[in-house]
Design a protein around this ligand. Sequence first.
Ligand code: DQA
Length: 143
Amino acid sequence: MKKIYVINGPNLNRLGKREPEVYGKHTIEDLEKMLFPLGDDFGCTFIFKQSNHEGNIIDWIHEAEDEQAIGVVLNPGAFTHYSYAIRDAVASIRVPVIEVHISNVHSREAFRHTSVISPVTEGQIVGFGFYGYKMAALAFLER
Ligand code: DQA
């Protein structure tokens, strides 16, 4: 069975409650429910992870490689903008990583315009809400 890791970083456990005008009213459980049918369609298992702690995110990136995942969908939250440790973890694996942001980070505060992660990813999807996660998963599944 193909595996895709979906890793969400800090504060994304608060989706639905957190700044709904920016991130929408749906919860992280809703995100998981949206992706599940793709698993049936493509014979794939999603492994959903969320943490507010940098080290957990790094461990799961390594785990995705050890588990021979076909891809990692990664929303590193604010770590995107400054975590060289997460960047190094992404660079250390052969499994492709797609960076996803619910909001359009490029139309927001200047500090969100920089991603230290994106240069070592396959690509970045921003501004499409939860649909961005589906786009990333399809990019792994339809190739
Ligand atoms: C985010 C954008 C980040 O700048 C922010 O810190 C988040 C969420 C997004 O999905 O739009 O926590 O990654």
